[in-house]
Design a protein around this ligand. Structure first.
Ligand code: PPS
Length: 306
């Protein structure tokens, strides 16, 4: 396994401060957005058929972008349209400023890593629809650790032990996993929302695709569902130029160091986390999330993985 040395603590703190800024209780990527952009989002006019995909980073966003894009676009299913997913389901806090979202045809699809309290007000009045995808924090942490290494603009280096602490402190884009998931879960009644887990998608993608279609009010026949499921497996997404992020330049995503679609499994944390680290997360998990009726799978048999 690739092991990176951690830079000196002061230098690390400085590099983290220049990479992320804190605004209204959460950290954002300083390169891609600003407090003004975040503040504007609250006032975004919402249409009843708007769809927001919301996640904590590394929880299956790009996977769900692919699923939504395939569900809503026949042209994506039959290959007659070649729009990359990130443009079909653009980020509200990053891309939409540049793409005149007001003139986008309905139904508009958007992605976001925002906490519940920074979302457009209209959504809080149960307008529009939200698909919230969450993933167990151990796999999120491992995925995040690998991801920061392929982002050339980040000027810090961290070994696993340091990243482990940094993640638990919420010193990353998206802040604390626990606050994000708990916040969304405990405020779900305020929104028109469907919550699904990465692990259930991994275990039975077809059922989740059907659940999403039902929630979105989109009627697809069995053949179309087959296509969505087939095109959304890890193996197929990895070679799908609309979904695999290969179109991003190496200056923005250094593909010589790793892939955006890295492993796509449940339980990879067991390959890197010590028993003590795993127990530490369990303890925090039960303190912060224990009273919520939300179940994460922490491992899946490999033979069930697609
Ligand atoms: S980001 O940067 O926040 O948008 O990242 P995000 O897309 O949320 O998460 C990336 C992880 O999701 C995995 N992924 C998938 N897993 C299973 N099946 C499919 N089809 C799939 N597509 C993406 C991706 O590989 C990242 O997880 P890891 O564990 O790093 O492989």
């Amino acid at each position: 396994m690739f092991v990176e040395a951690t830079m000196d603590r002061d230098a690390l703190e400085e590099a983290l401060n220049s990479a992320y800024f804190k605004h209204k209780g959460t950290y954002f990527d300083a390169r891609n957005t600003s407090p003004e952009v975040i503040d504007d989002i609250e006032h975004m006019e919402i249409r009843d058929d708007d769809v927001f995909l919301v996640t904590y980073p590394k929880s299956g966003t790009v996977w769900a972008q692919q699923i939504l894009s395939l569900i809503f676009n026949e042209g994506h299913r039959n290959g007659t349209e070649q729009v990359v997913n990130v443009n079909r389901v653009p980020w509200v806090e990053y891309n939409v400023r540049n793409m005149d979202y007001k003139s986008r045809p309905s139904p508009r699809l958007f992605s976001s890593h925002l906490p519940y309290y920074l979302m457009p007000r209209g959504l809080k009045h149960r307008m529009g629809k939200i698909l919230y995808v969450c993933r167990n924090p151990k796999d999120v942490m491992v995925s995040y650790y690998h991801f920061i290494r392929i982002l050339p603009h980040l000027k810090f280096t961290m070994d696993w032990e340091t990243f482990f602490e940094v993640f638990l402190l919420g010193r990353v884009q998206g802040d604390s996993w626990f606050d994000h998931v708990r916040g969304w879960y405990t405020h779900k009644e305020d929104f028109n929302i469907l919550i699904v887990t990465y692990e259930e998608m991994k275990r039975d993608l077809r059922s989740v695709v059907k659940k999403i279609c039902k929630f979105m009010g989109v009627n697809l026949d069995e053949k179309a569902i087959d296509t969505v499921v087939k095109r959304a497996t890890f193996k197929n997404m990895k070679r799908d130029p609309l979904a695999n992020y290969d179109f991003v330049s190496n200056e923005k995503l250094d593909k010589t160091k790793g892939s955006f679609l890295r492993k796509g499994t449940v339980g990879d944390w067991k390959n890197i986390m010590t028993v003590a680290q795993s127990e530490k997360i369990d303890k925090i998990y039960w303190e912060k999330m224990g009273n919520l009726p939300i179940n994460f799978l922490w491992d899946l048999n490999e033979e069930t993985a697609s």
